[in-house]
Ligand binder design. Structure first.
Ligand code: SF4
Length: 404
């Protein structure tokens, strides 16, 4: 597996596969064609169908600047769901042409080229990692530090700071999100709302949700967030960690870093053995993975055992199996933002169940990852970030939806 540095990326939203990945592809192609004075980009499939709502074209123009760029859209079922063909020209003479895949979480792969980052972990399955940890008397976070090096802690600290900054901006920014849906930002309302005699469990749900909304609304506005594992699902993990760190004085910053390390390991296993891309496997791969990472982080914050961490992550992913990706108008807003909040709450519940039921479980983390991948491959393309099915097609802008 690659370093978890390739999983957590600090950058601009709203979509890791539709903005970060294409921007990185353009920047890389420009490095390979320094003489170019014009670019041409063809977007395929999910990029073509939801690129406008995901701001793909804006970010391609930004990454190409000051070169002019022509962008066109095509559908071709034979190609990867997030394919770009990028051509560079000098005085209308073709310099080069690349086929690039945006594979999720901001990562890109050039056709027929080796993956750009080295594999630093010797194990690829949770079962192998668990056996190694047992033999070496390691915790999961120590396992991460052994192969990443101690330096990873500084990186994770930066990740945590960025996550918290996104929360702080989100809970203090009111208004309406960009785009035609006119979605109101709800994080400040959720954060500040106090209900007379509010039961503590309601207050806690509201706080967790406000943090998830805050980060997701920042993402939807093109703000700086951390992919965890993607932009669309970036609110789940920060919400759970912030809530826990504020609630429990015993949660030190060192424990938070450990939690991010373990969450990163879980995300990495899913990315390696399945996919974290909504265009490849539906929303189960984005929000499901984020929930699984957050459940692992929550369990690590509470110092639970490796088996309990595994079970919490497994429950969190298992109960997102089959979740479709159907963003309305192609914007990472409906259902994405609310879905982050629900997944954050689910992550906490998954950990609670794992705490009590670990010894009775029948499904391993590796099995549920394999199942998620197979389910995603079987899923109809309408439900894989194409906005051709589900809420994306049934959505009606009804002013009277709250009337009775
Ligand atoms: S529905 Fe899920 S996978 Fe699709 S864009 Fe929204 S968060 Fe991402």
């Amino acid at each position: 597996m690659q370093s978890i540095r390739q999983l957590y990326k600090i950058g601009y939203g709203p979509s890791s596969s539709h903005t970060m990945g294409p921007a990185r592809a353009i920047i890389e192609v420009r490095k390979r064609a320094l003489d170019a004075n014009r670019l041409e980009v063809v977007l395929f499939n999910s990029l073509a169908l939801t690129g406008q709502g995901h701001l793909t074209i804006d970010c391609i123009k930004d990454a190409s600047f000051p070169l002019p760029v022509d962008v066109s859209n095509r559908l071709d079922k034979e190609r990867h769901p997030n394919t770009l063909i990028i051509r560079s020209y000098k005085d209308e003479i073709l310099l080069n042409e690349y086929e690039v895949y945006s594979v999720g979480g901001g990562d890109i792969v050039f056709k027929d080229e080796k993956v750009e980052f080295p594999l630093i972990y010797p194990h690829h399955k949770f079962k192998e990692i668990k056996a190694y940890c047992r033999e070496q008397h390691l915790t999961l976070h120590d396992y991460v530090y052994r192969f990443e090096g101690e330096d990873i802690k500084k990186f994770l600290n930066q990740v945590y700071l960025s996550m918290n900054e996104a929360i702080n901006r989100g809970i203090t920014t009111a208004g309406v999100l960009p785009g035609p849906l006119k979605v109101t930002r709800k994080a400040p309302f959720l954060y500040n709302k106090t209900i007379h005699h509010e039961p503590s469990e309601v207050k806690e749900s509201r706080l967790v949700s406000s943090y998830a909304f805050a980060v997701s609304e920042e993402n939807a506005s093109g703000g700086i967030i951390v992919t965890a594992p993607t932009c669309g699902a970036c609110g789940v993990l920060p919400a759970v960690i912030r809530y826990m760190a504020e609630k429990h004085p015993f949660i030190t910053s060192e424990r938070v870093i450990n939690a991010l390390a373990v969450a990163g390991l879980i995300g990495n296993l899913i990315k390696t053995n399945a996919s974290i891309s909504g265009a490849v496997c539906g929303c189960q791969a984005e929000i499901g993975s984020a929930c699984s990472m957050a459940a692992a982080a929550h369990a690590t914050l509470l110092n639970l055992s490796i088996n309990q961490i595994e079970y919490a992550s497994e429950i969190a992913l298992e109960h997102h199996l089959g979740l479709t990706c159907d963003p309305v108008n192609g914007f990472v807003q409906i259902p994405c933002i609310e879905r982050n909040a629900v997944a954050a709450l689910r992550a906490i519940d998954a950990c609670g169940l794992a705490y009590f039921l670990t010894d009775t479980r029948k499904i391993s983390f590796d099995v549920v990852v394999k199942t998620m991948y197979e389910t995603g491959l079987d899923m109809n393309d309408s439900y894989k970030e194409t906005s051709k099915g589900g809420l994306a097609t049934n959505y009606i802008d009804e002013d009277d939806v709250n009337c009775w």
